[in-house]
Design a protein around this ligand. Structure first.
Ligand SMILES: NC(=O)C1=CN([C@@H]2O[C@H](COP(=O)(O)OP(=O)(O)OC[C@H]3O[C@@H](n4cnc5c(N)ncnc54)[C@H](O)[C@@H]3O)[C@@H](O)[C@H]2O)[C@@H](O)CC1
Ligand SMILES: Nc1ncnc2c1ncn2[C@@H]1O[C@H](COP(=O)(O)OP(=O)(O)O)[C@@H](O)[C@H]1O
Ligand SMILES: [K+]
Length: 474
């Protein structure tokens, strides 16, 4: 099982905090030696011996570059170094540069173009502004790039692109991945991302004030079935259905059932007859919602899939008045467009980027920060869906999900997700844990669904996906 601490995604500034604390225990020069050696090892495993140019910046990222160059040369590779600027005198990078005895060439596009592989050690965690045109031109001339810590031009905190970039084949980072390694658009420029252990004391990692994690089992635990389980302990999920888009509510209900809810009931009102033609295990209620809400066992409600904004307006305020745990999706998000405060009181919202924008405005290049702000503003968990789904809690915690597949990008897939999240909450998980687990299980089902699935296919894999989450979380 992954420990929560192993899943931390420190931002570059949190890494700076870590480096400062570490300095009194492990000399930075030793961490740098380990980092550079790890880069050289990764390069040797990745490619056959060839001509390598190491581009070194003035900071510690450049320092790692000088160390990597030395180790590759010692392994018999043909290596040259080009320095953007000399390292700060007296620092660990200057020490590493002094130990470089091989050829130094100009920091130029022609040198980059001559090399078989360019190692980018220009800037890493210290990037605080866009790279100059000179740096962009030199990187663009490279045939193959391997990045040290982070590709120059990708913001490690947000995954935002700071300039036009060629893609790296591989990125070797240290200690922990950073948010920018998982967040798009940066993620698609990093190639394979490897995280090397460089001897940073684990106890120090537990001390930094980082509230961002990779979304994997271990961050949360999914309840198991026990011999005494009954349908109410497994959890009851209720949904509101509408007249015009019955499919969405049915997909959401199917997602809830297939991910292990004990009982799923759909409040269909006048549409009950139509819903009763659906799967026999789905319980369809025709009674008015006010009557259904008298049953206190029906705590968790999904509101939005398949509902028009008018229909949401009729039911969502009633659910909130009755203090239900509400997962608001689709139509419920449209109902609150431009007035997100209408959603105060719901447990979780699950917008895709378009819905998020209609609620809160364009998130800009820092979606992680925007999701956190939205969660804080509403006091609800925000699941900002996409290839790098972000789950943000009002208290500042955030998880980034990389466990998914573009196979999920098919209409109805979001409805399935709201059902899975409903099941996790009905099983007794906290809202934050349940949303994170739901997103991971949905991603796992997508990964198991083969090529080009339709939303209905995910259901067949949700049980196994939940089981995988249980087993991996042990
Ligand atoms: N996290 C860790 O535990 C370790 C990190 N190490 C390395 O240290 C790196 C961080 O080192 P630094 O903090 O020195 O930062 P960088 O080497 O990334 O940047 C150095 C300096 O460049 C300047 N700068 C940033 N963007 C610029 C731009 N676009 N144009 C011009 N100048 C710019 C900054 O002001 C900064 O002072 C990491 O990326 C990693 O490679 C390792 O050496 C050792 C251990
Ligand atoms: N490229 C992708 N890679 C991984 N997951 C994706 C990708 N695109 C979309 N998804 C996931 O698919 C689901 C789509 O949900 P949504 O946009 O609400 O669609 P719909 O409303 O049609 O159901 C979300 O869970 C989202 O995270
Ligand atoms: K770099």
């Amino acid at each position: 099982m992954m420990h929560q601490r192993q899943l931390l995604l420190p931002s570059p500034s949190e890494c700076g905090e870590l480096d400062k604390r570490a300095a009194s225990i492990v000399p930075v020069s030793r961490l740098m030696e380990n980092a550079g050696r790890a880069v050289a090892r990764a390069v040797r495993q990745h490619a056959a011996p060839c001509r390598v140019l190491v581009l070194c910046g003035p900071g510690n990222n450049g320092g790692d570059g000088y160390v990597a160059a030395r180790h590759l040369m010692q392994a018999g590779w043909s290596v040259t170094v080009a320095a953007l600027a000399p390292p700060r005198a007296g620092g660990p990078a200057a020490e590493a540069a002094e130990k470089w005895t091989g050829p130094v060439v100009p920091f130029s596009a022609s040198e980059a173009g001559r090399a078989d592989i360019v190692i980018d050690a220009v800037f890493g965690a210290g990037q605080n502004r866009p790279p100059s045109a000179q740096i962009v031109t030199v990187l663009a001339a490279a045939r193959r790039i391997i990045a040290v810590d982070m590709l120059t031009g990708v913001d490690g905190a947000t995954g935002a692109l700071l300039c036009d970039l060629p893609a790296a084949e591989m990125t070797v980072t240290f200690v922990r991945l950073k948010p920018g390694h998982l967040l798009y658009p940066g993620r698609q420029y990093l190639g394979e991302v490897i995280c090397a252990d460089i001897g940073m004391p684990e106890a120090l990692i537990a001390e930094i004030s980082c509230l961002t994690w990779r979304n994997e089992p271990g961050l949360w635990r999914v309840p198991e079935m026990t011999a005494e389980s009954h349908k109410y302990t497994r959890g009851v999920v209720s949904l509101c259905a509408g007249a015009s888009m019955p499919g969405a509510a049915r997909l959401s209900a199917a997602g809830a059932r297939a991910s292990g809810a004990g009982l799923v009931r759909i409040s269909a009102g006048a549409q009950a007859a139509a819903f009763r033609l659906g799967p026999p295990g789905l319980i369809v209620d025709a009674e008015p919602l006010s009557e259904l809400l008298e049953d206190e066992r029906r705590k968790v409600w999904i509101c939005g899939p398949g509902l028009t904004t008018d229909e949401v307006g009729e039911v969502l305020p009633m659910l909130l008045d009755a203090a239900r745990t509400v997962v608001a999706d689709a139509g419920a998000l449209g109902w609150a467009a431009g007035k997100p405060e209408k959603l105060k009181g719901v447990a979780a919202i699950t917008p895709h980027l378009g819905e998020f924008t209609r609620l809160f405005g364009k998130p800009g290049s820092d979606r992680l920060g925007a999701a956190r702000e939205a969660a804080h503003l509403l006091g609800t968990v925000v699941v900002l869906k996409g290839p790098d789904t972000i789950v943000a809690a009002p208290d500042g915690r955030a998880a980034i999900n990389a466990h998914a597949s573009p196979a999920l990008a098919t209409a109805g897939s979001g409805d399935t997700l709201s059902g899975v999240i409903g099941t996790m909450l009905a099983a007794g998980m906290t809202t934050w844990d349940g949303c994170c687990a739901g997103v991971w299980i949905h991603g796992e089902a997508g990964l198991r669904s083969g090529a080009w699935p339709i939303a209905e296919n995910f259901d067949q894999h949700l049980g196994a996906a939940r089981d995988a989450a249980i087993q991996l979380g042990k």
